[in-house]
Design a protein around this ligand. Structure first.
Ligand code: G6P
Length: 606
């Protein structure tokens, strides 16, 4: 995780570096720092805590310099304290790093034996120490940087400045993204085009294993073998405006309420509203000639994939195997000869998802990706990309990206059904018209806001909360529990309703609320029976269902009414109440909803 930025400027850079860091805070917010060079020496300011702490430090103690690097940290090695904040520096070198240096212990020992003194507990400091050590052996900065790269193992994006040179930033990428931006007599480096957007839209992404020498006049890129390499410059479409909260208290609230609109935008990419059929764009992947589809992702995106499995099976009769990316990538999977693999990611940068994609690709699978950031690494590595049109999602807990992923995945499952001759034209029309209803129904579900806020007031006192659901709503229960624990820090678990008796029911007493996701579908009666087993043991069921479902359920502790929806589309609409439930529980508790403790939006380490 961690965000990095560097600027070779025409005037002082620490202010623009902070602007860039603001756009990278989604990658981590444990600490932040900036280093510049003045009069041949490295100077830096660092501060534990969120970026505004560093802003205060810089206000009291400004940092001049026309070349600099900055960092926002998500701690891996070493606590979130000033001393472990990046940039790490020696007398001649300062570096920022995103990733993990796996062999840092042995390198640190070796350097300590040679008399070098470490001042942090991080893995990253060895980078600065190695470059510095090699420079003291009379190597040029670029040679020393290269030599350092040959010694480190792990995942990294690195930017380095050296004390004697005000026209040089050295960068490298392996496993973590890094982009170079070209300006007018200024050059930029950063973790993504979003960070560079206020400065330039002319962006060149480094490939895996690349390193580059960047000066104000341009840059030279070298591949992993050290040979000069050309990488295409793209004109980035990322907007430079910093997204605001649009009158909401939190980005998460804004993003929850944006869902009807952005689902509509996503639908318009894949559905032709005049014919009620799919656009060609939805058919870009050949589902006909594959025997099996592997789906993989992390976090909320994984739950979107779990829901999609039900759709692919029902509408396309396509065998789906799904696993979380951090497991899939290390399994000895007997990949099908005619296999396809689908990866889902909001950021398009999640390290495990990207690694799982590369493994599947190397095994000859055809690769599709559903991503929200079209210029991301996952998008660039996939054979076919299906963008979601959620727009930038700032809140760490995913909301609108999730429902836009679901919308896209529903379209793909319908496309698969058509291509495979399983779904008739008439059935396609029926499913699509149900899908087209979801923005309106989700908007209707959001109108339960006041009721949900009131119930959340009670939930906020709970120590544990269970979520149950069945069929296509089982992953909705998982997502509900994830949302709640992420932002309210209340322990929550999602279970398949039928599994309750196989363990979790032992947890039930009058202190434990159980959220029951049960629209009136073919599973309704079974799930309601499970709910009554909870009631019989003194548990407190909070039923989320439609009017009919609530009426038929008997007495419950609390109920939230959702609109009546086509059973297969329920996850898109029921996402709204479970998101609001988590949101209001968190605001009642007063937690940091948009930047919950210990989390980051983009997880670029495994
Ligand atoms: C983090 C975020 C989650 C997200 C997951 C996967 O854990 O906090 O909201 O679902 O990463 O991220 P991706 O960008 O691949 O969807």
């Amino acid at each position: 995780m961690c965000g990095i930025i560097g600027i070779l400027g025409a005037k002082d850079v620490s202010q623009p570096i902070v602007e860039g860091l603001k756009r990278l805070e989604y990658r981590g917010y444990d600490s932040a720092g900036v280093a510049t060079i003045q009069n041949g020496a490295v100077d830096r300011r660092r501060a534990a805590g969120k970026l505004n702490v560093l802003v205060d430090v810089l206000e009291k103690d400004p940092l001049p310099g026309i070349i600099g690097i900055g960092h926002t940290r998500w701690a891996t090695h070493g606590a979130a304290i000033d001393a472990n904040a990046h940039p790490h520096a020696t007398e001649t070198v300062a570096i920022v790093h995103n990733g993990i240096i796996e062999n840092f212990r042995e390198l640190r020992e070796e350097l300590t034996e040679k008399g070098r003194h470490f001042e942090s507990a991080t893995d990253s400091e060895v980078i600065a120490q190695l470059v510095c050590a090699y420079m003291s052996e009379q190597m040029s900065p670029a040679e020393a940087f290269r030599k350092m790269l040959s010694r480190i193992r792990g995942a990294f994006a690195i930017a380095a400045i050296v004390g004697a040179d005000e026209d040089l930033i050295l960068v490298a990428r392996k496993g973590s993204p890094l982009a170079i931006g070209r300006g007018d007599n200024e050059m930029y480096v950063g973790s993504d085009a979003f960070a560079l957007a206020p400065f330039t839209n002319r962006v060149t992404y480094l490939d895996e294993g690349d390193h580059a020498i960047v000066t104000r006049g341009g840059f030279e890129i070298f591949n992993e073998a050290g040979e000069p390499a050309t990488r295409q410059e793209i004109v980035s479409s990322v907007g430079d405006a910093l997204v605001d909260k649009d009158g909401h208290r939190h980005f998460m609230a804004k993003e929850i309420y944006e869902q009807p609109e952005v689902i509509g935008h996503t639908l318009s990419r894949y559905v032709d509203p005049t014919t009620g059929a799919l656009h060609e764009a939805a058919h870009a992947f050949d589902f006909k000639s594959i025997d099996r589809l592997i789906i993989s992702a992390c976090g909320t995106a994984y739950y979107a994939g779990l829901i999609a499995k039900y759709w692919f099976e029902a509408w396309a009769k396509l065998a789906v195997e799904i696993d979380i990316a951090s497991e899939l990538r290390y399994r000895d999977i007997p990949y099908a000869e005619n296999g396809g693999a689908l990866f889902i990611s909001q950021s398009g940068e999640t390290a495990d998802t990207l690694a799982a994609l590369r493994e599947a690709k190397s095994q000859g699978q055809r690769i599709a990706a559903v991503v929200n950031v079209p210029e991301s690494s996952i998008a660039r590595d996939a054979d076919v990309v299906f963008p979601t049109a959620a727009g930038p999602e700032i809140g760490v807990a995913s909301t609108k990206a999730f429902t836009c992923q679901l919308t896209t995945l529903a379209c793909l499952a319908i496309a698969a059904g058509r291509q495979r001759g399983v779904l008739s034209e008439e059935a396609e029309g029926r499913v699509i018209s149900a899908l087209m209803e979801t923005p309106r129904l989700l908007a209707q579900a959001l109108q339960q806001e006041d009721k949900i806020e009131k119930i959340s007031g009670d939930l906020a006192n709970a120590r544990d909360i269970l979520y149950i659901g069945r069929g296509v709503n089982f992953p909705v229960a998982l997502e509900g529990a994830l949302k709640l624990k992420e932002i309210s820090y209340i322990h929550a678990e999602g279970y398949a309703a039928g599994e309750l008796k196989h363990g979790p029911i032992a947890l039930i007493d009058e202190q434990v609320p159980v959220v029951v996701v049960a629209p009136s579908d073919r599973h309704y009666e079974k799930t309601i029976s499970n709910m009554h087993e909870i009631i019989a043991r003194g548990g407190r069921p909070l039923l989320i269902s439609d009017a009919e479902g609530i009426k038929n359920a008997g007495e419950v502790w609390a109920a939230i009414e959702a609109p009546t929806v086509d059973p297969m589309m329920a996850p898109i609409v029921y996402a709204a109440p479970i998101q609001l439930l988590a949101y209001f529980t968190a605001t009642t508790k007063g937690t940091d909803v948009d930047q919950p403790r210990n989390l980051a939006k983009s997880v670029t380490v495994e």
